[in-house]
Design a protein around this ligand. Structure first.
Ligand code: P6P
Length: 335
């Protein structure tokens, strides 16, 4: 008999007798949003087929871009919940600070509502990434300060992956747990207890079209893992979907390192393409809880004090030994 995510969250909550249950309720809210987005994402292909007759979906409604659909869904759920004071989203320039009704929300949520959504029309896995912090600002109403917290201060983080099946993977600091959506009963069921990176790292994930724009350390590291001198004595497998959640999830299960380093091809990417608060930080907590590591190449992701909401960082994440090895290459060139 499988455990539902609700039962699991309550089990975890019982370990903290003075818990009010607000974090548990917030995790349910995210699971609910995940079920609703999963339905739309799977349906999008159909809409696209029908979309050839114009931007009308099967219910004859205006087709919303799915990432905007996901964003507004999370916004509505969080606004109604009374558990969230501030909501930062990759889709919105500024964070949303909800009007506290009776009780101000205790949590700030940073979210990438639908990461990799450009892969929907080619039927590749995409995901939602979430990061939860406690409210720290002084006033009743939340502020941007509640979103701009170090990754090490997260009380929970995780992601939804909409792939061959829909999964919710999360941690509250007690290990990493994976739940698979049973579409038949509409429940997330515990399918991966205490997820950890395998000992052996055999996969590297990076967009090699940027090779000529990387620094020497990255070029040398990638050449190394592709050679017979690699830690396994044979070249690592190259696996790159171009959808962060899909690449990260596969590497978590099979053992791998994902790299999105800074490059000098695009001035906007000189500190990396991926966003600290909406992608790197939540996945870093999952990685560290699963025995892995996440770094910029010189600094642990969880230690970075964010300065702006849409701060970009280089992201090297996966098996701990491999990420530390990459850091060694960087050190060699930076001294
Ligand atoms: P590139 C998707 O657009 C995304 O934000 C991540 O999901 C993914 O890892 C990355 O960008 C892919 O970027 O430059 O390799 O296409």
């Amino acid at each position: 008999m499988y455990l539902t995510i609700e039962q699991h969250i309550i089990q975890q909550q019982r370990k903290f007798p003075d818990s009010t249950g607000d974090l548990s309720d917030l995790l349910y809210d995210i699971a609910l949003a995940g079920k609703m987005i999963s339905k739309e994402v799977n349906h999008a292909g159909l809409a696209d087929i029908l979309g050839a007759t114009g931007s009308i979906n099967v219910q004859a409604e205006e087709v919303q871009k799915l990432d905007l659909f996901a964003n507004s869904l999370f916004l509505q759920i969080f606004e109604k919940s009374g558990r969230v004071c501030t909501f930062g989203s990759e889709e919105d320039e500024k964070c949303v600070c909800f009007e506290p009704d009776q009780v101000p929300g205790k949590y700030a949520v940073n979210l990438d509502p639908l990461d990799g959504s450009s892969n929907i029309d080619v039927n590749l896995a995409i995901g939602s990434i979430f990061s939860i912090h406690k409210k720290i600002s002084a006033g009743i109403k939340g502020t941007e300060q509640d979103c701009l917290q170090k990754g090490s201060k997260q009380v929970a983080a995780g992601y939804l992956i909409y792939g061959s099946s829909t999964m919710l993977v999360y941690t509250t600091g007690q290990g990493v747990f994976g739940f698979t959506l049973d579409q038949g009963i509409g429940e997330f069921l515990l399918s991966h207890e205490q997820m950890t990176f395998p000992d052996r790292c055999t996969i590297y994930s990076i967009n090699e079209s940027n090779f000529n724009f990387w620094d020497r350390a990255t070029q040398e590291y990638v050449q190394y893992v592709k050679s017979v001198d690699s830690p396994t004595g044979r070249p690592f497998n190259a696996r790159y979907v171009g959808s962060l959640v899909a690449d990260f999830h596969r590497n978590l299960i099979k053992g791998g390192i994902f790299l999105y380093p800074s490059d000098h091809k695009d001035p906007k990417k000189k500190s990396g393409k991926l966003r600290l608060l909406f992608e790197a930080s939540p996945l870093a907590l999952i990685a560290e809880q699963a025995g892995g590591h996440a770094s910029t190449g010189t600094e642990a992701i969880l230690d970075i004090q964010p300065s702006i909401l849409h701060q970009r960082v280089p992201l090297i994440i996966g098996n701990k030994d491999e990420v530390l090895r990459y850091e060694g290459f960087v050190k060699k060139y930076r001294g």
